[in-house]
Write a protein that binds this ligand. Structure first.
Ligand SMILES: *Cc1c(COP(=O)(O)O)cnc(C)c1O
Length: 383
């Protein structure tokens, strides 16, 4: 049947009907009197979502544009930075640093394991000359389903005193608590196709007063992604360049939905979706790729042994119209990933798990009692 696809990849994520309808409207002028109040509301609500009084700037780009902006606006060629890398997106941070000639010290952990916060503490404590200009980390590592311990890493950065902390929160913002002002996180990058519940095309960067200080002396080249331009225009609820106005109108709608649900409830829902998914996967005797104490609320990676990941994905797509993600790079064919970020309900998880069970049975995998996964998820939802 057409049009029954359920997206359970970690972005793009499902889009609610209200936002789809907003997208279908005629574009309006981005310098018009209709647009300015919409943008005013959106900027206000973005601060609410980010739990910050800092500037939250909006870019027309994918999430990587926000990551790149987060580097080039605050650093200079040759600057020493510490980069955490335990997956595809941590590697991307390293690549951006390399592209701009930064002196990046990469702290790695095996894919599927969280970053070791002690390694950050040691490097930061050893830096008595205060040469480390920034610590750069991925909060929720989408490629593996690992949630890094940002709070602890940030505490070590604060003890250092000088370094900025720059965070990829693309699949953590709007899924797990990230109190930017309370923790003092300097730069936070995110993208519209993840927790924001709208299609790809917008990226967001929050910038602290300390980061704006660094901006004044940062020497890396920039033009389209020069955040100073966006800051100046944001003060007038405007943009330096033409923004995708339809996406902004859709974002106005989803931010209102989020406010209605409330931050606490949003975080609790993602926690529940994660717990239900993980309990179900355990009940199906399939190995989870990330440990319980470092599991992302946005995405669950599964590493089946007796049955092939790609076969599971194929059957789910073909027979049940459910799209799940595969593994990236060396994890291709080794894991599949269940996205539960954004516009996802308890029912979506029950549907996904029931379909997963059916797909496993079709593939001849019988290391579970049929219904055990659904029962385990239902138990989490009941409590
Ligand atoms: C999706 C994602 C990004 C951004 O990817 P784009 O394709 O540029 O939008 C960055 N970091 C993480 C952790 C992500 O999940």
């Amino acid at each position: 049947m057409d049009d029954k696809l359920i997206l359970m990849i970690p972005g793009p994520t499902p889009v609610p009907e209200q936002a789809l309808l907003a997208l279908a409207k005629h574009p309006i002028g981005h310098r018009s009197s209709e647009f300015t109040p919409i943008m005013g509301e959106v900027f206000q609500n973005l601060k609410w979502l980010h739990q910050t009084e800092n500037d939250v700037l909006v870019l027309a780009s994918s999430g990587t544009g926000a990551m790149e902006a987060g580097i080039i606006n605050f650093l200079s060629p040759g600057d020493r930075v510490l980069v955490g890398s335990n997956g595809k997106f941590g590697e991307r941070w390293g690549e951006v640093c390399q592209a701009y000639g930064l002196n990046a010290d990469i702290i790695t952990a095996e894919w599927g394991k969280p970053l070791d916060t002690e390694q950050f503490r040691e490097k930061l404590e050893a830096d008595t000359q205060k040469q480390i200009k920034a610590v750069i980390v991925t909060h929720s590592e989408t490629s593996t389903g690992v949630l890094n311990d940002l709070e602890t890493i940030n505490r070590h950065v604060k003890a250092h005193g000088e370094a900025l902390i720059i965070v990829d929160a693309v699949t953590s913002l709007g899924a797990v608590n990230l109190p930017i002002d309370e923790w003092g996180i300097d730069v936070v990058a995110s993208g519209s196709q993840k927790g924001y519940m709208i299609p790809p095309g917008l990226a967001f960067v929050s910038v602290s007063a300390k980061a704006w200080e660094a901006y004044k002396t940062a020497k890396l080249p920039k033009y389209y992604l020069d955040l100073g331009k966006y800051r100046k225009d944001a003060a007038k609820n405007s943009f330096p360049f033409t923004p995708p106005v339809n996406l902004i109108v859709a974002l106005q709608t989803t931010l209102q939905m989020m406010q209605k649900e409330g931050l606490e409830n949003i975080f609790a829902r993602h926690q529940r979706l994660k717990n239900a998914t993980r309990e179900a996967v355990k009940a199906l005797s399939l190995p989870l790729f990330a440990p319980d104490n470092a599991a992302s609320p946005a995405i669950t990676a599964v590493a089946p042994v007796q049955v092939e990941s790609e076969q599971i994905r194929k059957v789910l797509k073909k027979r049940y119209d459910i799209a799940m993600a595969g593994g990236q790079d060396h994890l291709k064919g080794k894991i599949f990933r269940i996205g539960h970020l954004g516009f996802v309900s308890d029912r979506d998880i029950l549907t996904a798990i029931a379909s997963l069970e059916a797909a496993l049975l079709e593939l001849g995998y019988d290391a579970f009692t049929p219904g055990a996964g659904v029962a385990a998820a239902a138990k989490v939802f009941k409590s």
